[in-house]
Design a protein around this ligand. Structure first.
Ligand code: CAA
Length: 259
């Protein structure tokens, strides 16, 4: 099934929902309309019980070249507040299903931040990750200074943010920003393969483990451990926990129901 708006395409492939940014003429620049379309697509797939994992992708040439500079060039601070782009990023953070970024070509500025907002990143060998905002007189404003430093360490992140120069997919893979690095012909298939593996796991356990992990990255170890313990205990009230353990002991494949 494929549905489309002009700027974002949504497709379902079994348990995988695929969201494709589709504004290639401006390299998928993230205008407020684009961010709204991405949020709507993600929220629709999040609400669809048949979808277990979401892939967010661009095209082979570009994932996204950042916030729309045209929409910001004449803006005052108040205009930026009124645009409320932060609201879109907060909506994305409320998605409950794992999101895999399948990145090829440019992932710059807000595009790099969009990839880092996802849970896993599969990249083609042609991908370029960067925070070039400094070159147009601003700085990352959608989590780049924080997530990049956590993902690759403060020194590498500082160099990227202060010089505005990107790193290659190979470098990003070496420093832990990219989960899987594959030739450009394979990046979407590789993301689907990873998505299918996760989709075969018990959905409630996936959701609660993901929630604990994401929470832990944002908070203190003590608070993160408390959420992990709560979610761990909760899983003992699911059918899938009983089925998973029983199947292991009976040496057969489990049948997970998402209950
Ligand atoms: N916003 C608006 N339009 C953009 C854009 C952006 N971020 N990036 C590219 N475009 C447009 C170009 O203006 C151009 O449009 P025209 O054909 O109408 O002139 C079209 O896309 C193609 O771009 P180029 O001709 O520049 O393509 P290129 O192959 O020569 O270069 C590039 C590609 C290196 C990615 C270059 O386009 C570029 O540097 N883009 C800007 C990247 C950037 O600075 N991103 C950060 C934005 S700020 C931000 O993201 C803030 C935040 O944290 C949320």
């Amino acid at each position: 099934m494929t549905t489309s708006t002009s700027i974002v395409l949504t497709e379902q492939d079994g348990p995988i929902g695929i969201v494709t940014l589709n504004r290639p003429k401006v390299l998928n620049a993230l205008s407020p309309a684009m961010l709204e379309a991405i949020c709507q697509a993600l929220e629709t797939l999040d609400a669809n019980p048949d979808v277990r994992v979401i892939i967010l992708t661009g095209g082979p040439r570009v994932f996204a070249a950042g916030a729309d500079i045209k929409a910001m060039a004449e803006a005052s601070p108040l205009d930026i507040v009124r645009m409320n782009t932060l609201g879109y990023w907060q909506r994305m953070q409320r998605i409950n299903k794992p999101i895999i970024a399948a990145v090829s070509g440019y992932a710059l500025g807000g595009g790099c931040e969009l990839a880092m907002q996802c849970d896993l990143i599969v990249a083609s060998e042609t991908a370029l990750f960067g925070q070039p905002e400094i070159k147009v007189g601003i700085m990352p404003g959608a989590g780049g200074t924080q997530r990049l430093a956590k993902a690759i360490g403060p020194y590498r992140a500082m160099e990227m943010v202060l010089t505005g120069e990107p790193i290659t997919a190979r470098e990003a893979h070496a420093c832990g920003l990219v989960n899987r690095l594959v030739p450009v012909e394979r990046y979407l298939d590789e993301a689907k393969e990873l998505a299918r593996t996760i989709a075969a796991r018990p959905p409630i356990a996936v959701r609660l483990a993901r929630e604990a992990l994401r929470y832990g990255v944002e908070t203190t170890l003590r608070d993160g451990l408390a959420v992990e313990r709560r979610n761990f205990i909760l899983l003992f009230d699911t059918h899938d926990q009983q089925e998973g353990m029983k199947a292991f002991l009976e040496k057969r494949k489990p049948e997970f129901k998402g209950e």
